[in-house]
Design a protein around this ligand. Structure first.
Ligand SMILES: *[C@@H]1O[C@H](CO)[C@@H](O)[C@H](O)[C@H]1NC(C)=O
Ligand SMILES: *[C@@H]1O[C@H](CO)[C@@H](O)[C@H](O)[C@H]1NC(C)=O
Ligand SMILES: *[C@@H]1O[C@H](CO)[C@@H](O)[C@H](O)[C@H]1NC(C)=O
Ligand SMILES: *[C@@H]1O[C@H](CO)[C@@H](O)[C@H](O)[C@H]1NC(C)=O
Ligand SMILES: *[C@@H]1O[C@H](CO)[C@@H](O)[C@H](O)[C@H]1NC(C)=O
Ligand SMILES: *[C@@H]1O[C@H](CO)[C@@H](O)[C@H](O)[C@H]1NC(C)=O
Ligand SMILES: *[C@@H]1O[C@H](CO)[C@@H](O)[C@H](O)[C@H]1NC(C)=O
Ligand SMILES: [Zn+2]
Length: 453
């Protein structure tokens, strides 16, 4: 038994540490296709992505953070923190203490980002390692006085091909080597807003383009000899839901706009009252049955969305598919930002590479669990965070993971072996002449007495 266990363990250890990649530092490419709703994978065809998954791992649902918007969730992926802890609590923010405004196109002031340390900064502080970014919210900002060694200023006009070409060049020819890299693409979010996720015809076309991009990514990595040693994570920030044109909540019908400043509008409105908070709250409270209205101190704990100056005194949360407007129609057929417990708001995660199992499927993790997993892969010490490495153990080849059916199997197997052994011993004892062993035992006990004395 002992020998068997030793053999098994040493086999596992050598198996985990594949010889060829042993001396190279681990490398990781983190890819986000914005607004890739989890169930697109079931409802549309992705031949290239499915190949990637077949040889790697899939997490069907990633429980993201509230509010389910782009900047906040992208920052949670790279910090492992809830929004109230990393400080990017919306795409549009106002800080009542510093009197500063933030928006996704006016985002370069580091003070907004400095409440957390993103993984590319931590990676960069390690000797002989650098980070690179073909965009990702925050990668073109000097956070804690550090940008990635290689990065692009954000521009939606740069094609996917250019982002891919430049990030792979950085991954293959830089010194010190790039060990952590990001690649960001605006679709399928942009089309999801425009057509709505239920527009099968348009979404099929857009999602086929995404799949072709994934095909090009894998092809390019193989051509450059990066494929075998590089870990690649493909994930997203949030999903998307259909927003029927008539599901509008018109704030102007409930309260005069002069009574408050609107910091963010829909589907989670951030309201800064001008004079009388109670008055504003009471008027909004009865505005629509399709929206929850919270004073900051009453925001449900499960949102982890309360303890930050950048969260306004009143927030309004529209029900799924409803849009908050100011006396005008909404131009969007699809949106996100809603309650993070809604499955339509969840993205997925797929991963491939030497750190990951091959052909393993997992039902769900939290978006904050991605950060400790990435730190583990890169050998970085994580900053304090809200994720748990344990929840991603089953995805990783160097972690011991037993799921419930396996555990039951092992217990039953062990009981079976024990029972068999016991039976064998009993049978053997019956075959041997019975009195002898007992007689000898008694003799030995008697022999001991004089020694004690
Ligand atoms: C182990 O790696 C070294 C250097 O990368 C290589 O020369 C050698 O052939 C490898 N051995 C095996 C058994 O793969
Ligand atoms: C860093 O790289 C240099 C040159 O490539 C090498 O001499 C040195 O040992 C490396 N340091 C570490 C900590 O890996
Ligand atoms: C980004 O833009 C700033 C100012 O617009 C410029 O100084 C800087 O060189 C640019 N960085 C890169 C990497 O393009
Ligand atoms: C990508 O790399 C090319 C070649 O080095 C360079 O000319 C181009 O400006 C880069 N693109 C971006 C967006 O940085
Ligand atoms: C705020 O409005 C409420 C209800 O309209 C009123 O009862 C209260 O006195 C007002 N408070 C202040 C400070 O004006
Ligand atoms: C809403 O807008 C319409 C025209 O755009 C205007 O006639 C109407 O008075 C507005 N209603 C409110 C409550 O502002
Ligand atoms: C999330 O993590 C931060 C940093 O460790 C910690 O301060 C905060 O209390 C955590 N939040 C929860 C709900 O555990
Ligand atoms: Zn997004």
């Amino acid at each position: 038994m002992k020998l068997f266990a030793i053999l098994l363990l040493s086999g596992l250890i050598t198996g985990c540490r594949g010889n060829s990649s042993y001396s190279l530092p681990p490398k990781l490419l983190l890819v986000s296709f914005d607004g890739f709703r989890a169930d697109y994978l079931q409802n549309y065809e992705f031949p290239h992505l499915q190949n990637f998954i077949q040889d790697g791992v899939l997490v069907e649902h990633v429980n993201n953070v509230f509010i389910t918007k782009t900047f906040p969730n992208h920052y949670s992926i790279v910090t492992g923190l809830y929004e109230e802890n990393h400080g990017i609590v919306a795409n549009s923010m106002y800080d009542a203490i510093t009197k500063k405004h933030f928006s996704d196109i006016e985002d370069k002031d580091p003070s907004w980002w400095n409440e957390a340390v993103p993984i590319w900064v931590t990676n960069q502080l390690q000797e002989n390692r650098s980070s690179a970014a073909a965009m990702w919210p925050g990668t073109d900002v000097s956070i804690h006085n550090t940008t990635p060694s290689y990065f692009m200023n954000y521009s939606s006009l740069v094609s996917f091909e250019e982002r891919l070409n430049n990030i792979t060049t950085w991954l293959s020819n830089s010194n010190p080597p790039v060990t952590f890299a990001t690649l960001y693409w605006e679709e399928p979010d942009a089309s999801g807003h425009k057509y709505g996720p239920e527009d099968k015809e348009n979404m099929r076309r857009v999602l086929k383009e995404i799949d072709d991009h994934i095909g090009n990514l894998v092809y390019k990595l193989k051509m450059l000899g990066l494929w075998e040693n590089l870990n690649v994570i493909i994930t997203s920030d949030h999903g998307m839901t259909q927003c029927p044109k008539d599901r509008l909540i018109n704030l102007d019908l409930c309260i005069d706009h002069s009574h408050y400043t609107l910091i963010d509008l829909t589907p989670v409105a951030a309201i800064l009252p001008k004079l009388n908070k109670t008055d504003v709250y009471n008027k909004l409270k009865t505005c629509s049955p399709h929206m929850s209205v919270y004073l900051k101190e009453d925001i449900p704990a499960r949102f982890h969305y309360q303890h930050n100056n950048r969260i306004q005194p009143i927030i309004l949360v529209a029900d799924e598919g409803w849009t908050i407007v100011l006396n005008k129609s909404s131009p969007k057929l699809g949106d996100h930002g809603y309650d993070n417990s809604l499955p339509s708001m969840h993205p997925f995660l797929a991963a491939h590479g030497p750190a990951f199992h091959k052909g393993y499927k997992h039902s769900s993790i939290n978006i904050v669990d991605i950060y400790p997993m990435m730190c583990h892969i890169l050998g970085l010490k994580p900053h304090p965070n809200n994720g748990t490495l344990g929840r991603t153990k089953c995805l990783l080849v160097d972690q011991w993971c037993i799921n419930l059916p396996e555990a039951i199997g092992i217990v039953i197997g062990a009981l079976f072996i024990l029972t068999t052994l016991t039976c064998l011993i009993i049978i053997m004892q019956h075959r041997l002449s019975v009195p002898h062993p007992f007689a000898r035992l008694q003799l030995q006990e008697d022999d001991d007495d004089p020694l004690i004395g």
